[in-house]
Design a protein around this ligand. Structure first.
Ligand SMILES: *Cc1c(COP(=O)(O)O)cnc(C)c1O
Length: 222
């Protein structure tokens, strides 16, 4: 689907939740290294891009440095890649999945970095992210002790299943945590991907990360 088509579907979904809900779209570009594809998305108006590997992000950041793109890092971050990532000046790191990782970034950063706490809301052992039970304590601990981690909210990947109830449950759980963190400044609830962004928005997501469903039409359009 094109960006316009995605925006229309987001619009319908958000009105089912609330007319006051504003949903940001992060275009996940990990499926292509073709900078022309990303430029077409940019020309259609997309400004926030997401990558889950530091190496790939580096190539794209450097290749598109003339464009004012917001780069979101969304993948599992290895400690030995932190310096490389920080040099790219990411707009946001969405995948803080432990206190130790936050500590390591805090130490290496020379200014506050916008971050989200990643929550393993489906409790799938293959997934990264904090256990939901520990999320609030960890969030507050990071906020209190790590001045270079500017926590702005939470991120999750929905349950990996066709069962809509299970998917919805993981989003509800994440939203509950987000809601409890609002008094501490949480503003962003990043949830929903190509297959489940409408469910996520119905459950209160205000930032979706859409890759395949969006990229495909820009890759075909050669
Ligand atoms: C790949 C990825 C996405 C986008 O997934 P699609 O299903 O292709 O839309 C979103 N978030 C994260 C963390 C990802 O790794």
């Amino acid at each position: 689907m094109t960006l316009d088509e995605l925006i229309q579907r987001v619009e319908v979904a958000r009105l089912r939740r609330s007319e006051h809900l504003i949903v940001q779209i992060v275009a996940v570009t990990k499926y292509t290294n073709d900078l022309e594809v990303l430029k077409r998305l940019y020309e259609d108006g997309q400004r926030a891009f997401g990558e889950n590997r530091v190496q790939d992000m580096e190539e794209k950041v450097n290749g598109l440095s003339e464009l004012p793109i917001e780069w979101h890092f969304i993948g599992n971050l290895q400690k030995n890649k932190i310096n490389k990532l920080l040099k790219l000046n990411p707009f946001m790191i969405q995948s803080i999945n432990s206190y130790e990782l936050a500590q390591a970034i805090n130490k290496r950063a020379n200014k506050p970095i916008r971050c989200l706490l990643e929550i393993n809301s489906s409790k799938e052992p293959t997934k990264h992210g904090l256990e939901p039970e520990k999320a609030i304590d960890t969030y507050l601990q990071i906020k209190e002790n790590l001045p270079n981690i500017n926590l702005q909210g939470v991120m999750t990947i929905g349950a990996h299943t066709d069962d809509e109830k299970e998917i919805r449950k993981s989003f509800k759980l994440t939203y509950e945590i987000f809601d409890k963190l609002k008094p501490y400044g949480a503003k962003i609830c990043s949830m929903g991907m190509s297959g489940d962004f409408e469910i996520a928005i119905e459950e209160g997501s205000n930032m979706i990360r859409v890759g395949s469903a969006l990229l495909n039409s820009y890759m075909e359009k050669k």
